[in-house]
Design a protein around this ligand. Sequence first.
Ligand SMILES: C[S@@+](CC[C@H](N)C(=O)[O-])C[C@H]1O[C@@H](n2cnc3c(N)ncnc32)[C@H](O)[C@@H]1O
Length: 307
Amino acid sequence: MKNEDVSMVKWYKTDRRQVARKRWALLAEALFSKCRQSAAADSNFFDIFKIIPLPNLSSLDDRWFEYSVIIDHDHDPVSVKIRHLVRIFTIEELTGFNNTGNVKVWPSEEVLAYVCLKHRHFFEDKSVLEVGGGMSCMAGVLLSQLAKCASIHVTDGNVVSVDNVREIVKQNVPAKCPLTCDVLLWHEHGKHCRTYDVILAADCLFFEDSRAHLIELMFALLKNGGISLIMAPKRGDSLAEFVEQCRAKGFVCNIHQEYDEIIWSQHTKLSKERTDYDEDVHFPLFLVLEKRKPSVPSTLENTLWSS
Ligand SMILES: C[S@@+](CC[C@H](N)C(=O)[O-])C[C@H]1O[C@@H](n2cnc3c(N)ncnc32)[C@H](O)[C@@H]1O
């Protein structure tokens, strides 16, 4: 298991009294991981993206990479330029808001981006919000290159992450739809005055303190009949607890394991061949939440799978 994964495991397995101490451990790791971060475009096991360094754009504070992916063989590769932070964080940044999204692009974000691109026709004319997108918001940014959405709004609660995403948005003029970016704290969703057809999130379910806020946000900011598409590993009981609370809130929830042939075959291979691959923290499950009454037939989830 990689160092950053160990930190995350420690984070979600800890009890509340230890959260602050564990947060310090994670942030300290970010502080001392300048070298590792400079090579931060690691493969995340699934090898979905070809990742090429862009030295001409990079500086002492950042490393730019081109992420490109072939979605299907009758389509050119889709690519975006993604900026990774390589910096010593100030003490205010380290002690301030959750910094996990500045460590790396997590596997769930890459897999979410890939699955959204594969089902890009589903997003046509839909308004899309990404929450907790970290320093890349890669799912939303990539989708803006290929899907004719009505709009895409990418967000995170961490100001450093959002500043980074603003740089990414400047470098990747959206090809297909309007793309905007802002800070959105889950407990402050009441300040946000619009609703969406689709909400995206990757690896955001393990924060015990803010899980309820995230569910409230999704319920409040989804239109009636809207859908949340979430990638997240199990991370102990965290995904199960999230699902239980979502059902209690009134969402119709479905969890998918074999949602994509390529990801599933990679997962099967990794499970057999790699001792450092731990399904609990590395394999993203696909959670689909629909804001509809169970008695009302699903329209969106069915459309997603047929798109
Ligand atoms: C593990 S990171 C995942 C980032 C990105 N989705 C990825 O997979 O690379 C979790 C993200 O959730 C964000 N986050 C955590 N709690 C939050 C909250 N209460 N409000 C807004 N964002 C939050 C963090 O800033 C961080 O970027």
